[in-house]
Design a binder for this molecule. Sequence first.
Ligand code: URA
Length: 232
Amino acid sequence: LDKFVSSQRNDISRSMVRELCRKGQVTVNGKVAKAADAKVSENDIVAVKGVEICYKKFVYIMMNKPQGVVCSTRDGESKTVLELVPPEMFREGLFPAGRLDKDTEGFVLLTDDGALAHRMLSPKTHVPKTYFVRLRDPWQENYAQAFAEEKCLPAEFSASVNCPDECTVVLHEGKYHQVKRMFEKLGNKVVFLKRIKIGELPLDPDLPLGSCLEIMHKDVERLLTTKSFKCK
Ligand code: URA
């Protein structure tokens, strides 16, 4: 029981559960729990001080990462994405599934579901990642062709109709600094980069920079959608 409660509620430690049990403030299926080491399963209804604990095996968090924050679990100097997760969403074992550069903004998925992260990041799955790009110099007519012919895996380039220095790029694999390197090869330079979609799940446009949103089950599936990719 103590392990179950503390795994679901970051603000309640196992020793706190023991204390709450002593005070009769924990119930299992409506009955006051006497022992913190009682066996419980996902199907039991557990409540602490009358508030039900909704069991979730895993959590999936959409973050709108700001510039200056790093996608690692620990960093001596810079703030990490984990430090931006609000305490009520935080869980032991949470990690960023995939990396954005320190100066890249946008959609980072944080989860404790290692299997989903593995599938999402696997080069075999080809989950597309969509980026909004602002360039130093206007895009050129040949870019779409050049991206389609990318050596590793073809990428998709779409120019903005209204802004000559803006475009979107869809990648099917995420090598280190890939978007920046692709434009450098074309003699241009990325001056602003934001990930706006993973699979078929767009970054919520109302999610402020530095904020988090819990992704619900039906949307988790969309993270793995690869329908737009045609392998040569
Ligand atoms: N490509 C890059 O160059 N940087 C990122 O952060 C993501 C993709």
